[in-house]
Design a protein. Structure first.
Length: 539
């Protein structure tokens, strides 16, 4: 009986997913044969090769990519990716090989991703913030056989075998190594033979608590796009500004869907709030993808600078990757209207829950509800289900594209077929999900549990605070005590006693930091995630 219920649920979800794809323009009934060809290509060559296929044939002159070093149409992407694929094949690169990508977002990076897909090459996306030991570890563990790299990162590859091919994504230095343009020159523009199966994709954890781990994404399904589009109303055409790097799961997923929807995608090698704002206005962008840190930098430009640019075309801001402070939700609504969508997920379980603008109005900071095909549940320390509003529990998630384990053989905890995200959260009375913090970041001070995010969210609302972080330090009386690191909003920091009194007036006494340390900046990785371990021993 339970099996029948499960199969019926899966069928209903599939039917609903197909309707979502139709509504958003990913499936077009009048061109169903073209959509079917795109799906078949995805099953053979993966999402990167398939995302541009239909538009490249229907509207080859439509602009696909606007980068720092040029613009490419969909037709040019298809032709140049084909020539690059032939060039890579000429080097002996093909199905069974693994390509590492250590490069910033640009036209050459996109071309290399598509070409790798056309050959059935497995893709491993490395964080541009990695150090040399992390690069060495990933390349060895993932058995990388070719490395697409920007010249600025070549020193990070010094410790890698000399025989490992390095391919520059831009011809801007790095003498002695071929570029994607070199490999493509003189090659035929017809597509190479399709591989027997897609090479697959490996996303890496951030490595904030150790070496980055590989999370494979090998399953190809329309459900992946439907889960993004169910609660985020991206539509066909228009322009998307990508403010988060392609190696980041949020940015990559939104990028693939945007290209499949024939959008013009504006991406930059480095994210800059002022440039992003200008791009929104210049390209009349309807969509923006950011992490919370970049959204804050955008808003911190101030109302006068924001008013100098026409952002009235903006209908959707997708934010994900780390905790979104309630105050940031309110500020975004004041600056841009009800356009913010808060996405929650992880490298292991992908997108799991999404909050809509209406939900963020009612409950700032919430991560909302699961989209189609996803389930979220909370469990206590004994792994009993938590259903009461307000009661915290470990978050477990299922999204139909279940995490099959890390590439090093490790796995996440699984309960009732759902994978732990490593976060603690709670539901409110309307079953909206809130993330309280990482389970390994919880501070126990004087027998009371404190999550740093709650205190940080309060601190950044203080007018004299630009950024804040809270960590635990050893305390002989309480076991642990809280230490706050404050980046002042102006040159002169506020009185530490004022900061403590501010927290005391708004939160429980045991959540008040015993120490307040003022710093010029906080350590964050390339996607804005706070590196708490670097603050240990500071102050």
């Amino acid at each position: 009986m339970l099996g029948q219920v499960s199969r019926l649920r899966q069928l209903n979800e599939l039917i609903y997913s197909l309707e979502i794809l139709r509504r958003r323009g990913l499936i077009r009934p009048l061109r169903i044969s073209a959509s079917a060809r795109t799906l078949r290509l995805a099953r053979k060559a993966g999402p990167f090769a398939a995302m541009i296929f239909e538009t490249a044939h229907d509207d080859p002159k439509a602009v696909a990519i606007v980068g720092d070093h040029g613009t490419l149409t969909y037709g040019e992407l298809e032709r140049r990716a084909n020539t690059l694929a032939h060039g890579l094949a000429g080097m002996g690169i093909g199905a069974g090989d693994v390509a590492g990508f250590l490069c910033r977002d640009d036209c050459g990076t996109v071309l290399a991703l598509i070409a790798a897909g056309k050959l059935g090459v497995r893709v491993v996306l490395l964080n541009t913030g990695f150090g040399e030991p992390q690069v060495n570890d990933v390349v060895e563990r993932e058995k990388v056989t070719a490395l697409f790299i920007d010249s600025e990162f070549l020193p990070l590859a010094d410790g890698l075998p000399a025989a490992l091919p390095r391919i520059l994504t831009r011809a801007d230095g790095g003498e002695g190594f071929p570029s994607v343009d070199d490999l493509a020159a003189g090659r035929p523009a017809d597509p190479p033979p399709l591989p027997a199966r897609p090479g697959g994709l490996v996303l890496l954890t951030s490595g904030t608590t150790g070496n980055p781990r590989g999370a494979p994404r090998d399953k190809i399904s329309p459900m992946q796009s439907a889960q993004i589009l169910d609660r985020i109303p991206l539509s066909r055409g228009g322009t998307l500004v990508l403010g988060t790097p392609l190696f980041h799961g949020t940015g990559l997923g939104q990028f693939v869907v945007a290209m499949t929807l024939a959008k013009k995608v504006v991406l930059r090698r480095r994210t800059d709030a002022a440039v992003m704002l200008a791009d929104i206005a210049a390209h009349r962008a309807d969509s923006l993808i950011v992490v919370p840190t970049m959204l804050k930098r955008l808003l911190d430009l101030g109302p006068d600078i924001l008013a100098e640019h026409d952002t009235s075309s903006l209908r959707i801001i997708v934010c994900g990757g780390s905790a979104l402070a309630p105050d940031l939700c309110r500020r975004t609504a004041e600056a841009f209207g009800d356009v913010l969508y808060n996405v929650y997920g992880s490298t292991e379980v992908a997108n799991t829950s999404v909050a809509t603008p209406a939900e963020l109005r009612r409950a700032p900071g919430t991560v909302g509800r699961p989209p189609v095909g996803c389930r979220v549940a909370l469990y206590d320390e004994h792994r009993n289900r938590v259903t009461e509003p307000g009661r915290p529990g470990t978050i477990f998630a299922f999204n139909g594209l279940s995490f099959a384990g890390y590439t090093d053989g490790g796995h996440k905890e699984i309960v009732d077929g759902m994978v732990s995200t490593g976060d603690i959260g709670h539901f409110d009375d309307e079953r909206l999900l809130f993330v309280d913090g990482r389970d390994d970041e919880m501070i126990v001070s004087g027998g009371e549990n404190v999550f740093p995010v709650e205190v940080e969210n309060l601190l950044i609302q203080h007018p004299d605070v630009r950024d804040a972080a809270v960590i635990a330090v050893d305390d002989p009386d309480f076991g642990e005590r809280l230490r706050a690191f404050i980046v002042p909003a102006s040159g002169s920091p506020p009185d530490p006693a004022e900061i403590k009194d501010y927290v005391k007036a708004n939160l429980a006494r045991y959540k008040v930091p015993r120490d307040v340390v003022f710093v010029a900046d906080l350590p964050r990785n390339a996607t804005g995630k706070l590196l708490r371990h670097e603050l240990k021993g500071t102050g």
